[in-house]
Ligand binder design. Structure first.
Ligand SMILES: [Zn+2]
Length: 303
């Protein structure tokens, strides 16, 4: 991830937002160096950079907003972009929430692959930790530890025996993310559905875009992984860490955390400038730049 990257061409899809129930069109398109990930509410004409300072409302999803315009449930798309190293992209969106599609990040990984990835002629520094940063809420916590790689150790503990205790330790690479994390779907408990709907949430949720469980059973067909639940938590965590905007070299330990704590960890890191540094790993020629491309033509003219 030494070079900034964007998409080679625009790609689009549409679908329902899991909480709003709104049908939304989304289009990912190439963006110049230094753009970052910028959501553009095409219905309102407002651009919202995906940064920790714009994050708000962490009830069951992560929302960003500026000047009264919001985009909700950004985390699965953000997760795919971050894990695949896409640093600059415009996300045109026609409504208030990113489509949930199948509940995982796999459709976004497939969109990015369909678009193609283009390295840009500008390098990109990474964030390296100099000391451990921790945020907590009761027995829940997120810790960012100094490390040469980006790795995650996530533990969840649910009362429902069908989920129970799950733990995943994972070193993030684009290839491993695409096969082991991206396909893991969002999940919910049948006992929470009514409360969620009473709050006006979950209106677009269904058995086809969410793994629904009761105490002892999975009600929405076969799981994609035996430990799909903790894999999805890792997916969400990566999507929230993406609000840092820079690639992260850290070992991230999360225990019973969620969107609010994930984003709090990013904000805590940014508030402690002595805890990290920006560094540029290695300077190599980006694949998309061919400095000698003009020479044969010049020779042909000369000859
Ligand atoms: Zn999620």
């Amino acid at each position: 991830m030494a070079w900034q990257r964007t998409l080679a061409r625009a790609v689009e899809t549409e679908g329902v937002g899991i909480h709003s129930g709104a049908n939304v069109k989304i289009r990912l398109r190439p963006a110049p160096v230094g753009t970052g990930v910028v959501f553009v509410r095409t219905d309102l004409g407002v651009a919202i950079p995906a940064r920790a300072e714009h994050a708000r409302d962490f009830s069951f999803a992560t929302t960003i907003g500026v000047r009264g315009a919001e985009v909700g449930t950004i985390e699965h798309l953000m997760s795919a972009l971050y894990a695949l190293g896409i640093t600059n992209v415009f996300v045109d969106i026609s409504g208030p929430e990113v489509p949930v599609l199948d509940g995982s990040a796999l459709p976004f990984v497939q969109m990015i692959k369909r678009a193609g990835v283009m390295e840009q002629s500008s390098s990109f520094p990474e964030v390296r930790l100099l000391k451990t940063v921790r945020v907590e809420d009761g027995d829940r916590f997120v810790e960012l530890h100094p490390s040469e790689t980006f790795s995650v150790d996530y533990r969840v503990r649910y009362k429902a025996p069908v989920v129970g205790d799950q733990r995943l330790t994972f070193t993030v690479s684009p290839e491993r993310y695409a096969t082991a994390i991206a396909p893991a779907r969002t999940f919910g408990f049948l006992s929470d559905v009514k409360a969620l709907r009473d709050r006006g949430l979950g209106r677009g949720g269904s058995l086809s875009n969410c793994v629904i469980v009761d105490e002892h059973r999975v009600l929405s067909g076969r799981l994609r992984f035996r430990d799909e639940f903790v894999r999805h938590k890792v997916l969400d965590l990566i999507g929230d860490l993406a609000l840092l905007e820079y690639p992260l070299r850290a070992h991230v330990v999360a225990h019973k955390a969620g969107h609010a704590l994930h984003v709090a960890a990013v904000r805590e890191l940014l508030s402690q400038p002595e805890a990290w540094e920006l560094f540029e790993p290695e300077r190599v020629t980006p694949l998309s730049v061919h400095p000698f491309a003009m020479e044969p033509a010049a020779q042909a003219v000369a000859g």
